[in-house]
Design a protein. Sequence first.
Lengths: 325, 265
Amino acid sequence: MRGENKRSVIVGIFVFLGIAILVAGVMTLGGQQKKFVKAIQLKAVFDDIGGLQPGNNVWFSGVKIGTVRKINFYGDSQVEIEMNVEEEVVEFIRKDSKATLSSDGLIGNKIIVIYGGTTLAPPVEDGDRLESVMPLDTDAMMETLQENNKNLVEITNDLKVLTGKLAAGEGIVGAVMTDSLLAENFRSIISNLNRASINSNQMLTDLNRFTTKLNTEGNLFNDLVTDTTMASELKATITSFRSSASNTEELTAKLSEISAKLDDPDNSLGMLLNDPEFAEMLKSTMENTDSATYNLNRGLEALEYTWPFRKGFKRKAKAEEKEGN
Amino acid sequence: MAEESDDRKPVLSKKIDKFFTGLADAWNFVRRFWKEVFLPPYEFKEVIHQCYRIGVESLPLISLTGFIVGIVFTNQSRPSLSEFGATSWLPSLISIAVVRAMGPLVTALIAAGKVGSSIGAEIGSMKVTEQIDAMEVSATNPFKFLVVSRVLATTFMIPILVLYTDFVALIGSFLNVNSNELVSLSTFFFQVFESISFLDIWSSVLKSLLFGFTIGIVGCYKGYNSSKGTEGVGRAANSAVVISMFLIFIEELLVLQIVNAIRTF
């Protein structure tokens, strides 16, 4: 009887330990696969999910935060993924976060990676749909790589031709590399350019110094730019100049009028200037006057030696002589 | 006389007739089990006794086998994985292999050899020595006492043995992985549970129940229907093991197809 009890106890312990192993396994698995945590559902739509399956992991910032719950066809040929995401991490996932497909390691299982998102957007809510970003397609990548390879072959072919020409001294660069005289000229050009550059530097320094002087207070240009009083005076001067110009214009008009009148022989000056007959008469008159003056001078000289004027002239000569001594 | 000669004449052929007759007998045997299992009186003490013999007494052998399976499978898998630098995947590979297939299969095969043969031989010897007839005479239901108790014991003990085997095999694998790849216990078990699912665990347990039932029912059927004296006992024990193992593989294949169908659904 005691032996039977002992057996029963041992069987009980055996069964208990077996069930304990099962429960521990189930709990560990559930805990690891987030089966017993509160979760919300998020969705994302992809064109191609590349073999993703329900139960695959969902990562956020490299941390597993959930699993793929369901995969449905959507629209014409797209696929909608429903994900269970732990409620604890929801506050870190924003509505503007993106979802993409990746793999767990180089040849690992497919996973969904949630990334991005800004604090400007509110946290996600149950049933939200995240913007999906298609990952790089390996086939497309290989296609581009093949295109690059073709381009590379063409480039190396061109380079081969180019270096051949360079080596043969063809073209300007080839000539520079092979012709010593051209190279010398080129060197000279470079030297001149260098000198010009030094000169332009010097010029810039001088210009800089000049502008510094111009900026010195008390300088005319500086005052012109900065002194407001001077500006008003300058304005007044310009106004005055403008007035003078107006007067000059008026004067010029009057002078024009006078010169027009001078051209007209109806007036005395016009006649004087324009009438040749009058000029001839005036000339004759002047000649007559000159002749009369000459005759008058001879008369007066003769008068000096005549009585009663002779005595007076002698007295005057003596007085002048005295003053001269 | 004419009727007797008709009865002796085979329907298809002697062997085919024998095969189908055996199949019908087996079907009736299973039906009788399901009928008896729910009807009182219940032989709890005998069930516990058989659980002890089948479960507890098989534990050392099963544990040793599981431990060796874990170590050997890890060692054999390493070269293939290390060829492309994926030895870090060993825990995942071992867990899938052990939980999904090797644990239940190895346990069931060992149990079929150890338990199935002993059940077949035990009941067979009782049959040829007319102890079963004596039990019927003494108003004891031999089917309930001998068959139902043993089948229930195998059905419930094999899944528990499978859980032990899984655990011990994973421990063996861990020791091997730890000594070669210096992986810690927590990392090892994290990776183990990372790659399996609830479906793997439940399918493993359900499969083990089926294996246990098969081992028990085949052993009992062969023993219960043994004849021709001591030679028949040996034949019953032998055929109990062979048929159990054969059915275990068939069931493994069927369950695998069903689980895969569920997995992809």
